[in-house]
Structures are given as C-alpha cells and as structure tokens.
Design a protein around this ligand. Structure first.
Ligand code: C5P
Length: 231
C-alpha cells in the first residue's frame, strides 16, 4: 500500500524538498513536483529524487495547442517521470497528442478535469454550460477516449469516475486525511481507506505527512489505513 502514496512536495525550496524525500523515500511510492517547486529545482531536482530511489509525479498541468503539449510531454517523459498531468479541457486533439507522445515511454499521462476551486457559477461565468459533476464526467470521458492513461479526481468524484472508466485507467485522488488530521483548506476530505475503496489507485497527501512531527510515522499510518480497505 505504501507504494500507492504520493507525497506532495509543496515548497519552493529544493533543499527542503530533498530533506522530505530523504526521510520518506522508503515509505511512499512517489513525490509530486508541481508548479511551485519545478521552476526552482528543475530537471536536476527530478533527477535527484529519482536518484534517491523514488518515482516522480510531475504536476505541471500542460494546456496548450496539441503540438506544444506533445513536445512538453516528450520533455517530461525524457526526465523519467512516472506520472505527468495535462488539462482535459485542452480538448480531444490535445489529449490525443499528449497520449501519443507518452506512448512507449514509462510516463503515464493523467488528465485534470475541473479544478476543485471552481463551482457551477464559475463554470457558467466562463461559458461552460454543464454543472460541475457533469463537466467532470464529460472531460474524463473525452480524455480516456483520447488514450489518456489516468485521471486526477477529487474524493467526491472517484467512485463515479471508476464506474465510468473501468479498471484500466489510473485514478489519483487528493484531499485525503486520517480521521485525526485537520482538513486544512480542503473542503471535502476522505480517509485513505475510503479513497481506496472508492477506486483510487493512488492518494496524494501533502501537509498531514510533510508537516507531521514525525513524517515517517504519519506515512505508515496512511499505509495502514489504506490496507484496511482490502481486508
Ligand atoms: O496538503 P494537502 O494534503 O492538502 O495537499 C494536497 C495536494 O494535492 C496539493 O499539492 C494540492 O495542490 C493537490 N490537489 C488538491 N486538490 C485537487 C487537486 C490537487 O488538493 N483537486
């Protein structure tokens, strides 16, 4: 189960990120490098994390014309990252280009559907006519039809998306907390075992592990809770 934990390195400091990696690399499966950290640490940091024996989830949410996204995906795959994100709202041609560029590499592309910071009113204001839940399903369907290997989905969406896409699509779920953790700014959280039972392949956890007094103990509690889902 521990291999199914992705720790979010939400920091602007490569050194602080590497300290987290050093203490947790045997305890979790992947580390998520996103838009805050990558511009500081770059490919070198990705190489250092991989050198520590961990896999990398490069969360840069590519969204551009198909040719440019295909190039971005090739560059990400060349770094040896295991997972990388694109926006599903880039449309079918962009998603197919991303999937094609990742084919045959060890990189699985995940599509982000609707950001959880957007509600129905936000979608309507930018001209999206569907309610959020339906928009998520529509975008996930387009992504999977285009050959994208996985979807990032909130705790609220994971069960419905799993029913829709079947077994062979990788589902990654953030917003996960142990019962004793504070939710922080997450509005809707699930426990690790709930996320796994609902169909998540991986959970993304940031602060409850990285800011714990004992991050190793916290990671082990997450893995133990996930294991309860399959008992
Ligand atoms: O600290 P915490 O566990 O809340 O961090 C969750 C991570 O997952 C952060 O990197 C956050 O950006 C990411 N995420 C999220 N909700 C989404 C998509 C990504 O919390 N819908």
């Amino acid at each position: 189960m521990k291999k199914r934990i992705i720790v979010a390195l939400d920091t602007d400091s490569p050194e602080s990120a590497m300290a987290t990696v050093a203490s947790l690399s045997g305890e979790v499966g992947l580390f998520k490098v996103g838009m805050e950290l990558f511009p500081r640490g770059g490919p070198e940091l990705v190489g250092r994390i991989r050198g520590a024996g961990a896999d990398v989830f490069l969360d840069l949410k590519f969204h551009d014309i198909p040719n440019t996204v295909a190039g971005a995906v090739r560059s990400a795959a060349a770094l040896g990252v295991k997972l990388a994100t694109v926006h599903a709202s880039g449309g079918k041609a962009m998603l197919s280009a991303a999937a094609g560029a990742a084919a045959g590499t060890g990189t699985t592309i995940l599509a982000v559907t609707v950001l959880t910071s957007l509600d129905d009113a936000d979608l309507s204001s930018i001209g999206f006519s569907l309610p959020t839940e339906k928009a998520v399903e529509r975008l996930a369907g387009i992504a999977v039809d285009a050959g994208i290997g996985g979807i990032v989905c909130s705790a609220k969406e994971v069960a419905a998306i799993r029913r829709m896409v079947g077994k062979n699509v990788v589902l990654v779920t953030p917003g996960v907390r142990l019962p004793e953790d504070s939710a922080g700014d997450q509005k809707r959280v699930v426990t690790p075992s709930e996320a796994i039972r609902a169909g998540a392949d991986y959970i993304v956890v940031g602060r409850p592990i990285t800011r714990a007094a004992d991050p190793v103990a916290a990671a082990r509690k997450f893995a133990a809770d996930m294991a309860r889902a399959i008992k």
